[in-house]
Design a protein around this ligand. Structure first.
Ligand code: MTE
Ligand code: MOS
Length: 755
């Protein structure tokens, strides 16, 4: 049987559950030193002087490094190249790194970090989207505090409102979300001979780290090697930020010519690492009386924090997805990433879209309610079907399973029977049911087109086992397993004999970041191309060993070569083909390279084929709300996902389960609080409240497959989607139970009881 489509066991499962997996902090090196970070105690100010003398005098301390010690360039290369590795003249957020203290042990490094004396002149910070927009506030970025803005114009939204029978205007707000990966940020840098630097660590994007380390050291990339160690979760939080940590560790290692490890404590990780952008979304939607969308005018603002980092890309994705998976001929979407004096926000599963999805899927529910239409029906009426066009005027010409996800989810929920109008609910504990439908562009799309390629190498060893190297990373999502399944089928080898090694920049050229749910599609296609090449060498051998004639068709599947004609029963084991391959001295390795299908986006109008393909999902949430206490219990989440093809159904279900729980936290619990000076108050797991298994409802994953012609075995990718539509489904269920519409996340008991 082919490996694709089977729930084969994960490659990394045993090591992870038995504790054998080695995370970066489990590694050591001879002469290892430990680093700690000195951070800004204020949100905004000028650095007047730094006194390191007491820190340097602390027993065990080797050095204290400042921005001026950086041998290369003090800026992390990303989109705008604006975030510094160490603050030089000014600090722009509370927690920003200013100095790196290196010592013989971590305790000394942290103790000495407290002894570095900072002389800072505070400036008036900008602490929210609204403050950043206010013309009386400080200008901290250009003359408008706007890092990036986009516009999408389709038809004429303003004019079309006059044709609408109903116009709805609402405002929604969404909070920060902390990734809360189990393993904190960490890196170990080991200097080698001839100016070599090897960096080991927890990361999603080894090639970003590669760029950053080369830049801070001022050295060529062939002197730098980045090895990803087992990564305890990323969720987007290890996209850009590990570059900063790696850069700092590598700088210290280079200057001291000794290995240096920099591992974050949880409290500093929450303060200093990126989060999901807080969002402010204003929606104006015009419809006819049957609920058909006529016109949409959407304004979307995100709080980018102190540096632009990934905001331009996060905002772009949010902008493209702001209308949701609906047909509307007149659309105006304007979006802005605002500069504030808070931690730079970045990628988090969904990349700027959960914010607009919460707004869009809430307002569509509000429209349905006011027009007296079933919430599922309004989505059926407006939802994308084959041949329809998106807000960017992209025609959906294949692999569009949105309607089937609606059908499958509503059937599983027995929607027609269970949905009642909120006014009909009068009990103290009230049940409610809510729905959301979403779509998601897979891969980097037109916004990151120049990075959208991937490589993979494949070597068949003498014994028939196969080793593959890819440029995307495993961070818990199951990539090494899924990619081994794809590689196995591409070659015809058995899954058990195929291994995909942890990502190492020495083995694969820059394959872009591991983000945007692109791994299965991009690395999968690269492996297929590598496998195809090797198969052209294996097939003639199989023909010879099977004694096949000219017209006989041969196939190699799951470790055996055989005749396609079932009447001819003889088989040759893959290992025997390989033995022959080696004795014929044929090249047993190959390299695959895959470039993403074309995309387009006109910056002026926001029109074009923004992504090469979309995945689809419908969520249904069932809740119980205690009308006295406001307590919300989510009792069941039904998630129907269409991802082209489920390479490993069990992994798909795992992604749905985990993502749904993160979505639940986003909706009902998680928030970051700051004091009036911009200092984060709840930077610990005891104060930043997350869902645990105790809060987990029954989650019903449903897999829908509409294969995509360009996908590896039809797969598209969907790793982020499970989180994205949960918040509005739960919010809509809460409305259905209580008649109360909460437009500011999280939906907490006090909001239900007070409003
Ligand atoms: N699942 C686990 N267990 N751990 C993670 O860090 N990251 C998510 C998602 N699922 C993540 C995860 C995010 S943000 C992305 S972009 C995708 O996985 C990336 O993996 P993929 O490209 O293989 O879908
Ligand atoms: Mo995922 S937010 O694209 O790393």
């Amino acid at each position: 049987m082919p490996a694709v489509g089977r729930s084969v066991p994960r490659k990394d499962a045993w090591d992870k559950v038995t504790g054998r997996a080695k995370f970066v902090d489990d590694y050591s090196a001879p002469g290892l030193l430990y680093a700690a970070t000195v951070r800004s105690p204020i949100a905004y100010g000028r650095i007047k002087a730094i006194d390191t003398s007491s820190a340097l005098a602390f027993p065990g301390v080797k050095a204290v490094f400042l921005a001026k010690d950086i041998p290369g360039k003090n800026v992390n290369p990303l989109v705008y190249d604006d975030q510094v590795f160490l603050a030089a003249d000014e600090v722009r957020f509370h927690g920003e790194p200013i100095a790196i203290v290196v010592a013989e042990n971590p305790e000394a490094a942290y103790a000495a970090a407290d002894l570095v004396k900072l002389d800072l002149a505070p400036l008036k910070p900008v602490l929210s989207i609204r403050e950043a927009l206010d013309s009386d506030s400080s200008r901290i970025y250009k003359d408008n505090n706007v890092f990036t803005e986009y516009t999408i114009t389709k038809g004429d939204a303003n004019k079309a409102f006059s044709k609408a029978e109903k116009v709805f205007e609402r405002e929604y707000e969404t909070p920060y979300q902390e990734h809360a990966y189990l393993e904190t940020q960490g890196m170990m840098a080991v200097p080698g001979p001839e100016g070599q630097m090897t960096v080991y660590g927890s990361m999603q994007c080894p090639f970003y780290v590669h760029d950053a380390v080369s830049q801070i050291l001022g050295t060529t990339r062939n002197k730098v090697r980045v090895v990803q160690t087992t990564t305890g979760g990323g969720f987007g939080g290890k996209e850009d930020f590990p570059s900063i940590v790696a850069g700092q560790a590598a700088m210290a290692a280079q200057l001291l010519q000794r290995p240096v490890k920099l591992i974050f404590k949880r409290e500093e990780d929450i303060i200093a690492s990126p989060k999901r952008h807080p969002g402010l979304i204003r929606m104006k939607i015009g419809t006819d009386c049957q609920g058909k969308l006529i016109s949409a005018d959407i304004a979307y603002y995100v709080d980018g924090g102190a540096y632009a980092t990934l905001s331009p890309i996060v905002l772009w994705r949010g902008t493209v997805h702001a209308l949701g998976p609906y047909v509307c001929e007149n659309v105006l979407i304007r979006s802005f990433a605002m500069a504030t004096n808070k931690v730079p926000c970045g990628a988090y599963r969904g990349f700027g879209s959960p914010q607009v999805i919460f707004a869009g899927e809430s307002i569509i529910d509000e429209i349905a309610d006011e027009l007296g239409i079933d919430p599922v029906e309004i989505r059926r009426i407006n939802g994308l079907k084959l041949g329809d066009s998106t807000a960017t005027n992209q025609k959906i010409d294949q692999s569009c399973g949105l309607m089937e996800t609606i059908a499958r989810a509503t059937a599983a929920a027995d929607w027609k029977k269970n949905w009642r109008h909120p006014s009909k609910r009068t009990e103290k504990i009230r049940k409610g049911i809510g729905v959301s439908t979403i779509y998601y562009g897979v891969g980097l799309g037109a916004g990151g087109k120049h990075l959208d390629r991937a490589g993979a190498s494949m070597t068949i060893m003498k014994d028939g086992s196969v080793s593959c190297a890819v440029g995307n990373t495993e961070m818990g999502q199951g990539a090494r397993t899924i990619l081994a399944q794809i590689a196995a089928d591409a070659l015809g080898a058995s899954y058990d004999l195929v291994n995909v090694i942890e990502t190492d920049t020495a083995f694969v050229p820059d394959s872009g970041p591991t983000v945007a749910s692109r791994t299965t599609f991009m690395s999968g296609n690269a492996l297929i191309s590598a496998g195809k090449e090797l198969k052209t060498r294996l097939l003639p051998i199989a023909k010879d060993l099977l004694g096949a004639g000219e017209t006989d068709e041969i196939e190699i599947i799951d470790g055996f070569a055989s005749f396609k004609n079932p009447a001819k029963a003889s088989k040759i084991a893959f290992q025997d083909l390989v033995k022959e391959m080696y004795s014929r001295r044929l090249m047993p390795s190959s390299f695959g390279w895959y470039v993403a299908p074309d995309t387009s986006f006109d910056k002026k109008t926001g029109q074009g084929d923004a992504y090469f393909v979309y995945s689809y999902c419908t969520n249904i949430a069932e809740v119980e709300v205690d009308m006295e206490t406001g307590e919300i219990k989510v009792t069941r989440l039904i998630s129907a996902h269409e991802m082209g093809k489920a390479i490993n159904p069990q992994q798909v279900e795992g992604q749905i389960q985990g993502g749904a729980l993160q979505g639940l936290g986003y909706c009902t619990m998680e928030e970051i609080r700051h004091d009036s000076s911009g200092r984060m108050l709840n930077n610990a797991f005891s104060t930043y409240i997350l869902p645990t298994v105790e809060d987990s409802p029954e989650i019903v994953p449903i897999i829908v497959e509409h294969p995509y012609s360009e996908g590896p075995y039809g797969a598209k990718g969907f790793g982020e989607v499970p989180l994205m539509g949960i918040a509005p489904a739960v919010g809509n269920a809460v409305f259905n139970a209580t008649g109360k519409r909460i437009r500011i996340l999280p939906i907490k008991p006090e909001k239900l009881v007070d409003c």
